[in-house]
Design a binder for this molecule. Sequence first.
Ligand SMILES: Cc1cc2nc3c(=O)[nH]c(=O)nc-3n(C[C@H](O)[C@H](O)[C@H](O)COP(=O)(O)OP(=O)(O)OC[C@H]3O[C@@H](n4cnc5c(N)ncnc54)[C@H](O)[C@@H]3O)c2cc1C
Length: 458
Amino acid sequence: MRGTITADLEVRRAFEADASGLRMVPDAVARPLEEPDVVEVLRHATAERLAVTVAGAQSSTTGASITDRGVLLSMRGYDRILDIDRATRTARVQCGALVSDVKRAAAEFGLAWAPDPTSEAESTVGGAIACNASGPRTLWYGPTRRHVRGLRVALADGRVLAVRRDAVEKNTAGYPLAQDQVDWFIGSEGTLGIVLEAELALVPRPTAVIGLAVPFATECAALEFVAAARETASLAPRCIEYFDAAAAAIAEGSDRGLAAAGGNRCLVYTEQVVRDGETRDGVLDGWLALSETRAALTDDIQVFEGDASLARARAMRHMVPATMNERGAQARAAGGRKVSTDWAVPYRSLPAALAAVRAIAEEAGLGPAVTYGHAGNGHPHQNYIACDAMELDRTEQIVGRTLRHVVSIGGTIAAEHGIGKLKRRWLPLQLSPVQLDVMRALKHALDPSALLAPGNIL
Ligand SMILES: Cc1cc2nc3c(=O)[nH]c(=O)nc-3n(C[C@H](O)[C@H](O)[C@H](O)COP(=O)(O)OP(=O)(O)OC[C@H]3O[C@@H](n4cnc5c(N)ncnc54)[C@H](O)[C@@H]3O)c2cc1C
């Protein structure tokens, strides 16, 4: 086999961690470079009844890409961008290509792959597909699922399947669930098959985009602005991100240029594409008008324009989870870690939901979570740092109560990072026994010996 498969302890240790704070050392590591190598590993694993957990860049926050059972199959070396077709706006890529590399390659053709996890420079296309990743611009473009046309997938026994979205516009041949095989693998977290290659749908790359960082004195005012921005017909934001005062301070610390976040203030960051028939000034005026009527601290609004400036805003946004991950890592020695949520509610319910879950934590004597993220989608991230094992236990109880509340008001326990190993116990809060049985039936049909990614999701 080209590439390597090894039981060397040093190599195994190199794959023991993702961004979850958990550590799991696999029994062996395979690093295939070609499709036949993957097939060989899977056939061998099936014959020997060995578990196989596939990993991309291991940026998972849920322990989904680590294992202490069987083989860790790292696809990071399977990373070629095979083809970009300007006419059909399609890219064909191997699963180990980084999301940011695909974007860079598409940009040369005036195109873009829309999914934009803030970890795009440290996550792969296979990982994005397997987690149905999303990001700030999901508000406009939708999650990864919408931007995948076809997949080449290796099943647990080594059979390779090529699946595509329907070419016809109407189809009544059997269950829609059975017709669309691409969706079997989106969000499957390595449990149903190994994504080898993907055919991605690209979008035209916008030529002019305006970003605005709008500060507010209170969370309440900032979140009212978010809802109003979604409901103002003349505005078409591609993202609306919220930073509470603690998160804004981290973003600001990463770049003094984000002066608006200074002091104890919350921040909303939004971007809009200047579309045909619109002008830069017209778009800007629309946002300033809304800011004035919604108690924004308008003197401190900051505007971002041009690739470099927008990339800087994005880097500051990324600094918040990256910093919180570092803080979590520092607590590991004492048995603590970062505990992060990615629940979401219908966007109009967000202010009430945040107030309720902050009260749950406060009542239990837990310090406030650093809260930030995709408010336009009703989807904040809450990051707690549990300093030791006892606090970890207490924090997880609070998260459990939070998720019960979120589900009770029509929300989801996991809007973008998937379930992995860490959130598996919460899944029955949201999915009924029948739904879980249907998922188990699909898993059994594709992976009857339950060899793929044990411990993830189910
Ligand atoms: C600082 C930080 C910020 C983040 N921000 C975001 C964000 O904005 N949005 C978001 O959605 N996520 C975010 N994440 C989470 C993570 O980056 C994404 O889930 C990402 O898509 C994972 O990609 P990866 O290549 O690292 O996958 P891994 O972590 O290696 O794997 C993730 C899952 O995908 C499966 N998998 C990987 N490759 C394949 C394959 N070829 N075939 C089948 N299954 C596969 C694995 O088994 C695992 O279950 C963030 C993480 C960090 C650390």
